[in-house]
Design a protein around this ligand. Sequence first.
Ligand code: AMP
Ligand code: MN
Ligand code: MN
Length: 335
Amino acid sequence: MTATVSVQSAVAVDVLAEAAAAGATVVLSGHVQPDADALGSTLALADGLRRRGARVVATFPEPFTLPTSLGWLPGADQLVPPDSVPAEVDVFVSLDAASTGRLGSLAALLETAGQSVVVDHHASNPGFGDVRLVDPQAAATVVLVAGLLDGLGVELDQTLATCLYAGLAADTGSFRFGNTTPGTHELAARLLRTGIDHAAISQRLFDTAPFGWLGLLSAVTGRAVLEPDIGAGVVWTWSTAGEAREHGLAPDQLEALVDVVRATAEADVACVLKGQDDGSWVVSMRSRGATDLSRVAMALGGGGHRAAAGYSSRLDLAGTIAELRTQLDRVLTER
Ligand code: AMP
Ligand code: MN
Ligand code: MN
């Protein structure tokens, strides 16, 4: 942790400790279509602040549908939809959201809450909120949350450790990605020492899907396109929320597809275009190392990290692909 980040963390702890001691109302939210890091961060910090005396409301932006693979996280049953958030909020905490746009209607709380605290690790975060604990070196937002819980004097037990481990394992690709450091493993060791069943957590997160997922996977990988001449190579494919439902799946099952596609050796960049019910496309991008995708995503109105980034497009499928090719070409030739 750099000196600046330690100072930011200490300021965030002060704000949260004071709010908790006063029994203030603290609202916490992760980003839209939350993943294990967003939800794990939200639920762990919510539980910690509750234990310190705060009146806590944990939520996430519309559509308020919990991903199938995350409904079992401890405390998930206490999440409330954004329209149930009280009007008077003392402190709003944003977790793992790279920009205000990722908070949906909850972004209004950045203005209306007495104070806002932003906890994030995206390189593309432009800086927002009153207190900004933003560390692109952190492998996951849960790493920063673990620091906050320590600062608040909350002891890690299995409930908290389960939430934190889920975020840590997800954002590091089970400790395979380049963001994994000795500190990542040290935190993982602390979490395992609480006695959590890490194998069961990983199985639920990464190795569990309905049989229909195999059919979807076969359709989606079967139509993948390899374009070796764009930069260091691009592989892309697409699916839609409707196609997921045809296979008996919730649309959030599309999220895991990119993890299969990105194994393609001939392509540094893997993209999965996910058609939404409103006709827009949500694009997930992964790099095997040679391409800075946060720059590509930012140029297209999204954000993320070097190796994993995303954005939304209102163009049709052909238009979305054409625009993506152009931006990949641009970033790859500027290199
Ligand atoms: P995903 O492909 O949805 O798993 O996202 C990959 C990474 O990019 C995650 O860290 C996301 O938080 C980030 N990301 C995805 N979409 C956006 C967006 N529209 N704006 C900012 N960051 C994004
Ligand atoms: Mn996330
Ligand atoms: Mn994250």
